[in-house]
Design a protein around this ligand. Structure first.
Ligand SMILES: [Zn+2]
Length: 96
């Protein structure tokens, strides 16, 4: 799903062609769309990387264990954020 989303955003990231029929306002709007796409792309990429790390760690005993207190991270939390490294208590304590 995330990979499809990234591919989707990537398709939207094609450089804006200089189109003489566009006035400067249209061009500005295209630029804004482009910037939003770039931001979404960065966020999705970071999330994908974190997920990759999580998948690698699934084979690892450390997966699902809080790196701070070494307690198990709640399964509901892992379902929402598989890349979680900390339990909810430690996250808030660490200010993450
Ligand atoms: Zn913890």
């Amino acid at each position: 799903m995330l990979i499809a989303e990234i591919a989707n955003i990537e398709a939207g990231l094609k450089p804006i062609k200089k189109d003489c029929s566009l006035d400067s306002i249209d061009h500005k709007m295209l630029k804004q769309d482009q910037n939003i796409n770039i931001q979404r792309y960065e966020v999705a990429k970071i999330r994908l990387n974190k997920l990759k790390v999580a998948y690698i760690n699934i084979d690892n005993k450390e997966y699902g264990v809080c790196q701070e207190c070494e307690e198990d991270i709640h399964i509901e939390r892992l379902k929402l954020m598989p890349e979680s490294k900390y339990c909810v208590a430690c996250m808030s304590e660490l200010g993450l």
